[in-house]
Every structure is written in structure tokens, then in C-alpha cells.
Ligand binder design. Structure first.
Ligand code: ADP
Length: 233
């Protein structure tokens, strides 16, 4: 066996020299990014710097104009749309700022939905969904609709939904942006604890240092360019 320079696991998701323009101004101008299993990486930077665009490119939602994104060695741009959609269903979980739960469904049904879409039977999916709701300390909300729970509870339901299928990567775009600091910290603690327990990687877009403090590492995006930061203790 050849010796590796360090004992860290192989990179899970690697982006190299990503460029993406909307009109004349570049949203990404040569951004690089690497994340390994079990890592929580905060993508920081001012508004409009390209953080969400980077997340969308990493998740295969947006196609970069140039550069590449490799997930477990496979280049996303070489996959068909169907393959990329399947990957997002099976390997990726998503948490956004708000508006992600289906209002007509109960919280339990919302969390069970990714598993149902992946072909699981209703009873099995709902049993697992109930476990995740408990784990996210929001078991009482199972029978309620999203409109009947608080913002903090709704975000914990959304985190449960992102985690239920056992994703390898969780993409979280300003997951606490609509919450007060106490609820935000609770969501971050539960999200990062659950991810570390399951070995999932978390790509966390935030402009709040207090939220980024839950990460292992920070990548700062400025004018579409990214830079790895050493955590200043
Ligand atoms: P951030 O997440 O850091 O706020 P974004 O990635 O959302 O930054 O945006 C980076 C730049 O790209 C901004 O100038 C933004 O206006 C532009 N942009 C992002 N998405 C689109 C889009 N779908 N259409 C046009 N311009 C966009």
C-alpha cells in the first residue's frame, strides 16, 4: 500500500477553478473547494460574493461555465440530468433558509417524503421520519402542518428531512438566516451533531461568524474567488 501524506479520508467533493457568469459579471471567478466525509465546512463571505452559486454548482443544481466538480471521483458535468437528479435524491440532503416544507403535508409526511420518493414503503418511511423528528427534538410536531409550528421547529423538521435518507453530503444555505440566535444555535448544534454521528459532510453557507463557529474549517468567498482560512482560535 502506498503511504498517504496524511491520515484524512479521501476528498468526497472537489471543485476546481469554477467559473460562472450571469451576464457580464462573474458570480464565480475561479473558485476551488474540497470537503471530506464527516467535515463541516463553512462557506463565508459578503452578500453577492458567490456563496450560493458555489453551493449550487457543488450540488449539481447549476452548471459552471468552466472548471469541474468531482463527487467521489465522478465529474458532475459528465453525468446525465437524470443521473444528477438521482444523486441529489440519494446522496445529497438540502436545508435552505425557509420555504422548503410542503405546507399541505404534516411534518411527519414532509420528513418521510424523500424516502417515499426513493421508493420506501409508507410505514417504513414514516417510522424513520418519526425517529429523526425525535432526534431533532421536534417529535411533538409530527402531526402538525408546517404552518402550525414555529420557525425554529420548522427548521429542525427541515434538517430531519435532509438527514432521513442517510445523505453523504448536506448542503445548508443560510439554514439559520430566519431564526433568532437561540433557535439558530439549537439548529446548528443538532445539525452538526447528527452529521458527525452519521459521517455526513456539511457544506454550510453563512455570513454569520457565530454559525460558522460550528464548522471545522472556513472557506471565504470574495468576488467569486475562494480561499481556505485557518481557524483563528
Ligand atoms: P451570495 O450567496 O454570496 O450572496 P450569490 O452566489 O447568490 O452570492 O450571487 C453572486 C452574484 O451572482 C451576485 O452578483 C448575484 O446577483 C448573481 N446571481 C446569482 N444568481 C443569479 C441568477 N440566477 N441570475 C442572475 N444573477 C445571479
Amino acid at each position: 500500500m502506498t503511504a498517504t501524506p496524511d491520515s484524512r479520508p479521501e476528498p468526497l467533493l472537489v471543485a476546481t477553478a469554477l467559473r460562472k457568469a450571469y451576464g457580464p459579471t462573474p458570480a464565480l471567478d475561479g473558485a476551488d473547494f474540497t470537503i471530506r466525509s464527516g467535515e463541516v465546512v463553512a462557506v463565508m463571505g459578503p452578500s453577492g460574493s458567490g456563496k450560493s452559486t458555489l453551493l449550487h454548482c457543488l450540488a449539481g443544481i447549476v452548471r459552471a461555465d468552466s472548471g469541474e466538480v468531482r463527487y467521489r471521483g465522478h465529474e458532475l458535468s459528465r453525468m446525465s440530468d437524470a443521473e444528477r437528479s438521482a444523486l441529489r435524491r440519494t446522496d445529497f440532503g438540502f436545508v435552505f433558509q425557509f420555504g422548503q416544507l410542503v405546507p399541505e403535508l404534516t411534518c411527519l409526511e414532509n420528513v418521510a417524503m424523500p424516502m417515499r420518493l426513493a421508493g420506501a414503503r409508507r410505514r417504513a418511511a414514516e417510522a424513520q421520519a418519526a425517529e429523526w423528528l425525535e432526534r431533532l427534538e421536534v417529535g411533538d410536531s409530527a402531526g402538525k402542518r408546517p404552518g402550525e409550528v414555529s420557525g425554529g421547529q420548522g427548521q429542525r423538521v427541515a434538517v430531519a428531512r435532509a438527514l432521513v435518507g442517510g445523505p453523504r453530503v448536506i448542503f445548508a444555505d443560510e439554514p439559520t438566516g430566519a431564526l433568532d440566535s437561540l433557535n439558530g444555535e439549537r439548529v446548528m448544534r443538532l445539525l452538526t451533531d447528527a452529521a458527525r454521528d452519521t459521517g455526513a459532510a456539511v457544506v454550510l453557507v453563512t455570513h454569520e461568524p457565530r454559525v460558522a463557529a460550528y464548522s471545522d474549517r472556513e472557506v471565504v468567498v470574495r468576488d467569486g474567488k475562494s480561499r481556505d482560512m485557518e481557524r483563528v482560535a
